[in-house]
Design a protein around this ligand. Structure first.
Ligand code: GLN
Length: 235
């Protein structure tokens, strides 16, 4: 029998704004509907991060929980070991900024990140709030990204990462790009939640973990995508 796909949701008690937990549900649903058994692990910030997971998810949050989350992840080390073993990671907004070398705290002070992505974030001049649409890097073969953003931070990408997408609408990293990827790590500012709006991104994470996947019925996902994309891209 196939062993279960282990999906690890990091720090739901600190970092889970704007329905980011939906990313866990979407991955679970898309795996199960292909007959893949799934085990979901919720790791509270008082608990160690297991290093034997297949896909790790971390969400967005306010400045103070973000700082706490970064400190605990750095002390814990489990996520670093999991990534070294070849696990994948989707990091959203505050979780995305935490993966870099530094991010801006509640007064804009630099706070060290955990260094899994070659990015650095700082506090921008104004809060970016609203719908976002972006064209994904062609190497990933994914359709237009749709989502919702709400952040003060702007993110500079280093040579060790590739922009995930180029923005059509919205701010993203703040330089015309949105998110980034490196190896099996994807970082993004997108809420919505990101994987409900972008099931192809969910399938990319699943393929990295389990290999090729059969098609499934995406009628409801497509309705949501089309409704959101039409709302921002059609004149
Ligand atoms: N506190 C971070 C910022 O404002 C992240 C916000 C979020 O996760 N929504 O940039």
């Amino acid at each position: 029998m196939q062993s279960s796909l282990r999906i690890v949701w990091i720090y739901p008690d600190l970092l889970s704004t704007y329905g980011d937990q939906g990313n866990v549900l979407v991955l679970e649903q898309r795996a199960r509907s292909r007959g893949i058994p799934v085990e979901i692990v919720h790791v509270r910030s008082s608990d160690p991060v297991p290093d034997q997971g297949d896909i790790y998810l971390i969400g967005g949050g306010e400045d103070r929980p973000q700082i706490l989350g970064a400190e605990r992840l750095r002390r814990d080390g489990g996520l670093h070991r999991a990534i070294q073993r070849g696990a994948s990671l989707l990091a959203v907004c505050a979780g995305y900024q935490i993966m870099g070398s530094v991010f801006g705290g509640e007064e804009g002070q630099p706070v060290p990140g955990i260094g899994l992505l070659d990015i650095s974030s700082s506090r921008g001049e104004r809060r970016s709030v609203g719908e976002l649409a972006a064209e994904v890097d062609p190497s990933l073969g994914l359709p237009t990204l749709t989502g919702f953003e709400n952040h003060m931070g702007v993110t500079a990408l280093g040579p060790g990462v590739t922009p995930l997408s180029r923005t059509l609408i919205g701010t993203g990293n703040g330089d015309g790009t949105e998110g980034c990827f490196a190896g099996k790590i994807i970082g993004t500012y997108l809420h919505g939640p990101a994987l409900a709006r972008n099931p192809a991104l969910a399938d990319l994470l699943l393929r990295w973990a389990v290999g090729p996947l059969p098609q499934i019925d995406d009628t409801w996902y497509d309705r949501l995508r089309n409704e959101r994309l039409d709302a921002v891209l059609k004149p």
